[in-house]
Design a protein around this ligand. Structure first.
Ligand code: ADP
Ligand code: LRH
Length: 498
């Protein structure tokens, strides 16, 4: 029997997707419960350049989400609820009439350049870290709003309400304004100590505190689709649930781990590597090793590091596509597999790789500057990227172990990137421990789990994770010890970044 049907929207920085989740109970006595998922819609998502700025196409996302709702009903599904998760930090501003003021900025917009240093001087890095728990990344909401203030943006003065991307999309579908906790903790303006917005910090930076709504926790029911949307789509008023709206947090909620402390790697456009905690770890060492404390679902905090991730590969692929070669990810992975191992390495988090464009040139110049052979072919470049990422994962895992004083028996990998089996096995080899890969659609599944919690079908995060373990297969990658990986790691560490 089907006990519940839910709809998850998972908006990544490279694609958006809508999945239906069916909670099923086996007909046998004491029947096993499983979650079945079916993808009903997938569409590309990317930055759009307008003059000097990079924006998201928010209305296109709304359009695709509406299409997905229509598809769901056309295919005979009757979801009781839906939830939305997206990438972190970005937001839209509403005016006093509740209308969207302009196109939201993309977090790779260059307008925040240099602001980490400037705000650091104003507030002091240690104080800023203690009040936010976050790694200083140029795109944090704080720097974006400060950039708008510095540019004397009229939008900032006109704005009545700030809605983070998932809350904005939920508002456009329901008319309900909300602010969800896990996203709030990505802004750098939420104080992990007081568990409230940091109004004092906003005042000091000229960021209007009136814009911010009180956060609600994942599992909160927001309200039904608006009458306009219901009428337009000819569907009933399914209820929006505020899930773990930060995609990373939804993904971690879907890691099929038990009660033991575990390490995770959420592998998509970004790679987020870390471990689940009961609360934030605000030590000086956390700041020095550039880790973040991000609010998670079910009262957790995630101690993690942002690693540049498969963005590097996406950007290379985009360049090759534009040159007309149109090689898919599976083929690029195959070419990398055939390339010579350990020929050249990069540091994935070198700042040059953050902005879009000219990625193959940037990779080649990194190799040239560090006196390594310059990768030429697609296979050589992808090999270089994947080996470098795996080594970076080892470094971050060791740092997480140092910070928590724990040792992890292996690494749980989830997200679209685990379809890259070469990357999974490189990672196992680099860390010298097993990798447990799955599920791929972790964010959408974690999103569904909090809907099931809201519906009373799952008690808590623990029970929700048991459901994931019972429903989705895991691929195990055992490490093969090799002196070559050790030597490569030593070479990698010589790049000198933490
Ligand atoms: P996001 O949610 O950030 O948009 P995903 O979790 O969907 O990202 O992961 C996208 C990444 O997954 C791509 O950049 C690509 O590197 C990888 N990927 C997707 N499909 C495949 C595939 N068939 N084989 C190998 N890698 C893949
Ligand atoms: C991954 C992610 C990550 C953020 C970045 C902006 O999709 O949410 O956790 O830091 O996007």
């Amino acid at each position: 029997t089907t006990d519940a049907t839910v709809l998850a929207f998972d908006m990544g920085a490279s694609s958006g997707r809508a999945l239906i989740g069916l909670l099923k109970t086996d007909s046998e006595p004491g029947g096993k419960r499983t979650l079945e998922v079916a993808e009903i819609h997938r569409f590309p998502n990317h930055a759009i350049q307008v003059g000097k700025h990079l924006h998201w196409d928010t209305l296109r996302l709304l359009h695709e989400m509406k299409k997905a709702i229509r598809f769901a009903f056309q295919q005979g599904y009757e979801p009781a609820t839906f939830g939305i998760d997206t990438w972190g930090v970005d937001f839209g501003l509403l005016d006093a009439n509740g209308e969207l003021l302009g196109n939201p900025y993309h977090y790779r917009d260059p307008h925040t350049e240099g602001l980490i240093e400037e705000v650091g001087q104003l507030i002091g890095p240690q104080a800023l870290f203690e009040q936010s728990g976050l790694q200083f990344m140029p795109f944090n909401t704080l720097y974006q709003l400060y950039a708008m203030r510095k540019a004397a943006s009229p939008k900032l003065d006109m704005a009545h309400t700030l809605l983070l991307t998932p809350d904005l999309l939920a508002y456009l579908l329901t008319g309900v304004k909300s602010c969800e906790f896990t996203m709030a903790t990505t802004t750098q303006l939420y104080h992990p100590g007081t568990q409230a917005w940091n109004k004092e910090l906003m005042d000091r930076l000229g960021i209007p505190s009136r814009l911010f709504l009180d956060p609600v926790h994942p599992g909160t029911i927001l309200g039904p689709l608006s009458p306009e949307v219901r009428e337009e789509l000819g569907v009933p008023g399914i209820q929006a649930v505020s899930v773990g709206t930060h995609d990373t947090e939804s993904a971690i909620a879907a890691v099929p781990a038990g009660d033991e402390p575990f390490a995770f790697l959420v592998c998509g456009t970004w790679s987020l590597l870390g471990t689940e905690m009961d609360g934030p770890l605000l030590s000086r060492e956390t700041l020095e090793l550039e880790f973040s404390n991000e609010g998670g679902v079910g009262g957790t905090y995630q101690l993690l590091k942002n690693i540049m991730g498969l963005w590097l590969l996406q950007e290379c692929k985009r360049e090759w596509d534009e040159q007309g070669s149109e090689i898919g990810f599976p083929e690029l992975v195959r070419l990398a597999e055939q390339a010579v191992p350990f020929r050249s390495l990069i540091h994935p988090d070198d700042p040059r790789f953050f902005s879009p464009g000219a990625m193959t040139d940037k990779i080649r110049s990194f190799c040239q500057e560090t006196n390594q052979p310059i990768p030429q072919s697609e296979g050589e470049i992808v090999r270089c990227l994947l080996e470098s990422l795996a080594l970076r994962y080892r470094q971050a895992l060791e740092q997480a172990e140092r910070l928590t004083g724990r040792e992890y028996g292996g690494l749980h990998m989830v997200g679209g990137g685990i379809q890259n089996r070469l990357l999974c096995s490189f990672t196992a080899n680099a860390i010298g421990k097993p990798v447990w890969a799955g599920p791929i659609e972790a964010s959408a599944i974690g999103n569904m789990l909090m809907q099931l919690v809201a519906l009373g079908e799952c008690k808590d995060l623990r029970e929700a994770r048991e459901l994931v373990a019972a429903s989705f297969p895991i691929d195990v990658y055992e490490p093969t010890a090799s002196a070559e990986w050790e030597a490569a790691y030593a070479a990698f560490l010589s790049f000198g970044r933490v």
